[in-house]
Design a protein around this ligand. Structure first.
Ligand SMILES: Cc1cc2nc3c(=O)[nH]c(=O)nc-3n(C[C@H](O)[C@H](O)[C@H](O)COP(=O)(O)O)c2cc1C
Length: 166
């Protein structure tokens, strides 16, 4: 074995998970950010966590209104996942600009992409300063799935978005 930078090991662990994290800003606009660094933390109570760069708009809005929905994007969104990961909701409306059709969930003021294989509706419990990222620890309120949607993953580290091979 040889020493490598931490981020390079993401190529070894590929395919990596990828989510579109949906949050709502003060104007009521749903923002979408590509996030691979999420994990299950507890089943009872149901808790998940995700890490986001400190300046991210998603982090700012989740810290402000506490509600957030993690979605697993379906195959139709491969191009848009990369677009949502290379732009910020601080300066654009990603769903509108990237042609992502949204739908509502029951008892949830944040919309999600129509083509979602799963949605985990959460409420922020706390966030922890872990370095260049904050780690957001969230109570899970509701979970939904659509088995007609083929889930996407991040390949070759985070450079390609595609489903698993059949
Ligand atoms: C495949 C992929 C995975 C990503 N995973 C993360 C992640 O886990 N954490 C993070 O902070 N940013 C991640 N990003 C980058 C964010 O999506 C990017 O910083 C985005 O501009 C944040 O949007 P926002 O400012 O609207 O929140 C990822 C990008 C891509 C393309």
């Amino acid at each position: 074995m040889k020493p490598i930078p931490l981020l390079d090991v993401a190529k070894v662990t590929s395919p990596n998970p990828v989510t579109l994290i949906c949050s709502r800003n003060a104007e009521g606009v749903t923002n979408l950010a590509a996030v691979s660094w999420w994990t299950y933390l507890s089943i009872e109570p149901a808790v998940i966590g995700f890490a986001m760069m400190k300046p991210s708009y998603t982090g700012e809005t989740v810290r402000a209104n506490k509600n957030v929905v993690l979605t697993i994007p379906g195959e139709a969104l491969a191009k848009q996942v990369m677009q949502c990961g290379c732009s910020t909701g601080r300066t654009k409306s990603k769903a509108r600009d990237f042609g992502i059709e949204l739908k509502s969930l029951p008892d949830c003021d944040i919309q999600i992409p129509v083509h979602s294989a799963a949605a985990i509706q959460c409420r922020l419990r706390e966030f922890v300063d872990v370095g260049d990222h904050y780690f957001y620890i969230c109570n899970v309120e509701n979970v939904y799935a659509d088995d007609q949607e083929r889930p996407l993953f991040a390949w070759n580290g985070y450079s390609k978005i595609a489903p698993l091979q059949k």
